[in-house]
Design a protein around this ligand. Sequence first.
Ligand code: NDP
Length: 481
Amino acid sequence: MQKIQNYINGELIAPLDNTYIDNYEPATGKVYSQIPNSKEEDVELAVKAAEAAFGEWSTCGIAERSRILLKISSLLKENLEEFAKAESIDNGKPVWLATQVDIPRASSNFHFFATAIEHFASESHYMEEVKAINFTTRKPIGVVGCISPWNLPLYLFSWKIAPALAAGNCVIAKPSEVTPMTSYLLSKICIEAGLPKGVLNIVHGLGQHAGSAIVAHPKVKAISFTGGTGTGKAIASVAAPMFKKLSLELGGKNPNIIFDDADLEKALSESMRISFANQGQICLCGSRMFVQKGIYETFKKRFVKMIDELKVGDPNNSDSKMGALVSKPHIEKVQQYIDLAKEEGGTILTGGTTVNVGGRCEEGYFLRPTIIEGLDYMCRTNQEEIFGPVITLTPFEDEEDLLKMANSVEYGLAATIFTQDIDRAHRVADQIEAGIVWVNTWLLRDLRTPFGGVKNSGVGREGGFEALKFFTEQKNICIKY
Ligand code: NDP
């Protein structure tokens, strides 16, 4: 059985106490590899390596850092097939999806920040009346921690570590224990690319051991975390009293809004992705669909038929539109929400059941895409994050009615609006409580834009110069002459 190793001080090594955790393939329900069950002492080793590497990495120059990160980016591209397959085995997503989205995007993340750092500048402020100049330097923080979830494993992992490294920090990173494989493969690529030892350290293991040891370590000066809101709260309660810089990208319960005047064909096909891409396990997926009354019945009929025909199958098959959910505990959690929706008076329009897709996947974690209607907008199903292929359908009267329901949740990550009325698009986008709004499209990402949520969906923004600002510390120097 393959044993994943930690990447510490430039080497692939076993956890110090030599204990491992089973890693399951969600499509088959079988253990296929083992990952280090790292503890505090492994994190300690990683922090020591990172501290030792910091001096050289932070002063080797932007061009050198950029060169190495570009090399990592191109090696990811060269190894696209291997990485995509590994991501699919680990996560349950179709291989085609990992090939088209996850791995190219991970490569782009490195490319983007390798070049962004060359254009990153700080400000100066001239005081004419007293003849003084302020200039503000932005220097790397030191040793920083990056903790990422399982839904877009390498995509989100690289979204954090690339800007941290580009800015000159040394990193202790922990991928989700559920999906460790591509970050393990990345460590091999970092060695091949010539990343100096200790600059990036990848410590595998459980959140409660390895994760909390990173968060609590006094030498780790900033934490960039993506994951659930509950975990974010726990991390903030440890990191905030230690005055660490914190970036938290948390849960969502995003509205997908379709007005009477929407381009119906576009709204239908985009809504299929918005609702069920990656088995609905994207923080940006729209799990509450609001459709205006005038087109509600027509839209519902056509959308339910489309989703009914959506093929759930072996992630290896190119015609599988949806693969497996990420783990047994996760599919069980999603099923509990389907039961709750029924108790709350919801009607299942399609889905709601597991699927045996047969063959090698007999024991995999497959669920039919599920659409539920007839629920009050304030019920638990409509308020809590499910993070699976389950959406609710709710009619609305007008903008006022819509905004009351759409903004009723504790989350505020993203929203999608379908309308052909430009004034309405502006009005609603302006009043929706979300960090990101898409109009007549979804997940159209420009890596320069700020990414993150409001309310309980997070604190701070990733993306573009926002990420580089987070991973640097400012100092203002005022000189009078
Ligand atoms: P979790 O919050 O359970 O875990 C995220 C990461 O944190 C994992 O690596 C986990 O390790 C680790 N962790 C858990 N507990 C601690 C702790 N006490 N201290 C330090 N680290 C810890 O999230 P999931 O992995 O379940 O991911 C799904 C969640 O992520 C959803 O809520 C989703 O909305 C959110 N998400 C948000 C995004 C955004 O940009 N806003 C993007 C993508 C997802 P382990 O796996 O071992 O538990």
